[in-house]
Design a protein around this ligand. Structure first.
Ligand code: CA
Length: 747
């Protein structure tokens, strides 16, 4: 090891030359031989005249040698050789370190065998100062030697001399320094704090081997060694001791307390003063301030913080109290929760807390009964409530009832429960139900329902269809009892007057709703021989009257019978003239005989039995004119019938012999026998007489009207009566009976 530091930065190892003296002080100097030698000879040369082949220590030394030595074509041997395969500094027999090696490029190449020795290129054109391995026997190089410079005691009592390049160096004993190791090394000057110190300095103040002892004042204790020695490395054998205040047990704030300390000499140490205070809500029990004494103890006992007390709470009426006490019963931090029994609710804060002020948050709550909704009476009903804790609150019970006519549907009673609800559903009053009414037969029902179909208060009006009349109440009402005020009426068909069969008739009725009631139809009919006068059918109307008037059965009328000519009619009428049942008997006058039925009866068909009866004049035998005479007949009833009169006349010259005139009598016989004409002269006069009387009548009849004719005829008749008296055999009969025809024919 080379000691280089003493020359300073500018010199280092190489600077031994420049600093020193080079040849003058017998320092470590370099020499080279004039001759060339093999390596062994070169070393022998150096050891003979100097010290040894150079031991190259560093690059600066190499640079120095390269700069200083003259160029030599064969270069210079140096003190490095391979021993047992290791490059070794021969002077110190130490192996060449890799760091110290300075081989030229490609070296050592051991080009030839046994290139075990080393040369240094001095001033070579390239690789100057670098090393090359060469055979040790190569006899061509100069020996590069050095010579040591150390002398006895040159480094005094506290150092050893060490060779360096071209010089020496004093290597000082531990604890000393300087060129000649004349100075003890300086340790830092000790300036202990809060400690007392006593030192001995054999080589100067606070220098190598100085020893210092330390101690502390009361209340403090030493930390560190009691004695320090300055060592060769300029350091004290230990850290400078310190006096630290004696510590008291570290205080911690007790629960709920705070600690505020002032430390004069260190945490919780001698002289520290600690004040205790309590957190809000706590009060200090014990002394507030404490000091750490030299004994390591605190003055006084450690206080504690006790929770502030609040007034004791109790449960409200109908309620409960549940408290949690953190620090003690009813003390700061205690929380009390109020609750109410079922059915009650808390009025006020639920939770109370004991504050730091010793008072509770909030006022004491109360338990108030829970309110249910206000109940009202149901429609048509009443409610009657009893309240224990207040109107419509928990425990209140309400009873319901209904007005007459209504029944309670739902609970009779409800109670306010803790759930704020009432038991049961809302009751209601339902109208009492009456039996359902139906319209009477043939009637109608018209109801007004006040509270529901056919319930209390419903009023039903009854009415009947046309043709029916209500028998019973017109109206009824559903009573509170659930019954109808009146019985259901009936619709009875309206009655028409009872009909009877007409005389000679029959009545045939069909009854729909009852005898002779609305809708009844009655058909009238008549017995044979009678016909209905009036409507055949009657119907009982809704008015209670019959359609149409009551008919009658009237006997059937037959045609009016008259007496036949020359006859008489004698009728007997059962009912009316010439009606059914009438019987007419016919008879003829004298001289007539009845042709046809003697009696006819009016039948039911309206016709008469039989044919028409006639009175026919009774016939007399037909007369003939007498020979030589004339017959002149008048036939009032037919030829040669009753009352036909035939007069006879005889031709001129003949005299009538016998009855002048014959009349047909009622017996059918002529009154006389016909005359005969016999020749006679007196006949003429008689003929004129007859003529005069008859012609005069004829002339007047042509001029005058019928009445007059009748009058005349009467007169004439009277005259004839006179005449008849004169001739009692003559039966002239009725007036005007002479037929013109008879005369015409005779004329
Ligand atoms: Ca070589």
């Amino acid at each position: 090891m080379w000691a280089l530091g003493s020359c300073g930065v500018c010199c280092l190892g190489i600077a031994v030359f420049t600093c020193g003296v080079v040849m003058q002080v017998g320092a470590w100097t370099y020499y080279y031989s004039e001759e060339d030698y093999e390596w062994d000879d070169a070393r022998t040369y150096c050891q003979t005249f100097f010290t040894d082949l150079v031991a190259i220590q560093n690059k600066e030394e190499i640079e120095y040698l390269n700069r200083t030595l003259p160029y030599h074509g064969k270069y210079y041997w140096i003190g490095i050789r391979k021993l047992r395969g290791i490059w070794t500094w021969v002077g110190t027999k130490k192996a060449l370190t890799k760091e110290a090696a300075n081989w030229a490029t490609g070296e050592p190449n051991n080009r030839k065998f046994n290139q075990d020795c080393v040369e240094i290129y001095i001033k070579r054109s390239s690789e100057a100062g670098k090393w090359n391995d060469e055979p040790c026997t190569k006899k061509k190089k100069k020996a590069l030697c050095y010579k040591v410079s150390c002398q006895p005691l040159i480094c005094g009592l506290h150092g050893d001399c060490v060779e360096v390049i071209q010089s020496y160096k004093c290597e000082c004993h531990p604890g000393f320094e300087g060129d000649k190791c004349e100075n003890a090394v300086q340790c830092p000057i000790l300036e202990p704090r809060a400690a007392y110190m006593n030192c001995s300095h054999p080589f100067g103040d606070f220098r190598y081997n100085s020893t210092c002892t330390f101690w502390c004042s009361e209340g403090f204790e030493r930390r560190g060694a009691d004695e320090l020695q300055c060592l060769a490395d300029r350091q004290w054998s230990a850290e400078t001791p310190t006096c630290t205040a004696i510590t008291c047990p570290e205080l911690r704030a007790p629960e709920h307390a705070e600690l505020n300390c002032s430390h004069l000499h260190g945490n919780f140490a001698f002289g520290s003063i600690c004040d205790f205070s309590c957190q809000p809500g706590f009060e200090l029990m014990g002394s507030q301030s404490h000091e750490c004494m030299a004994t390591g103890n605190w003055t006084g006992d450690i206080p504690r913080c006790k929770a502030v007390t609040c007034p004791v709470l109790s449960a409200p009426d109908h309620g409960e109290l549940h408290c949690s006490h953190i620090h003690g019963n009813f003390t700061f931090g205690s929380t009390c929760d109020f609750s109410c029994l079922p059915g009650f609710e808390l009025m006020g804060p639920v939770s109370h807390e004991c504050t730091a002020m010793g008072i509770w948050t909030g006022d004491t709550p109360q338990c108030k009964a829970i309110s249910c909704s206000v109940l009202s009476a149901p429609e048509y009903g009443e409610v009657n409530c009893s309240h224990i804790h207040g109107n419509f609150t928990f425990g209140s019970t309400c009873a319901f009832s209904c007005q007459p006519g209504f029944v309670l549907m739902g609970p009779q009673s409800r109670e306010c429960m803790a759930k704020r609800t009432w038991t049961g559903d809302i009751p209601r009053c339902k109208a009492v139900t009456c039996p359902v009414l139906s319209a009477p037969k043939h009637g109608e029902l018209n109801c007004s329902h006040l509270h529901g179909n056919f319930t209390f208060g419903s009023i039903c009006d009854f009415s009947c269809q046309s043709g029916f009349e209500l028998i019973g109440p017109e109206s009824c009402e559903c009573t509170a009892m659930g019954t109808w005020s009146k019985s259901t009426p009936q619709c009875k068909a309206i009655t028409c007057p009872v009909l009877g069969a007409p005389e000679h008739g029959e009545l045939n009725c069909s009854h729909i709703h009852g005898n002779f009631t609305f809708g009844s139809t009655c058909d009238f009919s008549c017995l044979p021989g009678f016909e209905l006068m009036g409507p055949v059918s009657h119907e009982c109307t809704a008015m209670g009257t019959w359609t149409g008037d009551t008919p009658q059965c009237k006997a059937i009328t037959c045609s009016l019978l008259t007496a036949p000519e020359h006859g008489e009619l004698n009728c007997s009428h059962v009912y009316e003239n010439f009606t059914f049942g009438s019987i007419c008997d016919f008879s003829c006058q004298t001289g007539f005989e009845l042709i046809g039925p003697q009696s006819r009866e009016c039948m039911a068909t309206g016709t008469w039995t039989g044919d028409t009866s006639q009175c026919q004049a009774i016939s007399c035998p037909v007369l003939d004119a007498p020979s030589h005479g004339y017959l002149n007949c008048s036939h009032p009833h037919g030829n040669f019938t009753f009352n036909s009169t035939c007069s006879f006349s005889c031709k001129e010259g003949f005299i009538q012999m016998g009855a002048e005139m014959l009349r047909c009598s009622a017996t059918g016989n002529w009154t006389r026998h016909p005359p005969v004409c016999e020749e006679d002269s007196a006949a003429f006069l008689k003929q004129v007489l007859v003529y005069t009387s008859t012609s005069a009548l004829a002339a007047i009849g042509l001029v005058l009207s019928g009445t007059l004719i009748a009058l005349l005829a009467k007169q004439l008749s009277d005259r004839e009566e006179k005449k008849k008296l004169l001739n009692p055999t003559s039966d002239l009969g009725a007036p005007g009976i002479f037929t013109n025809a008879a005369y015409d024919s005779t004329l």
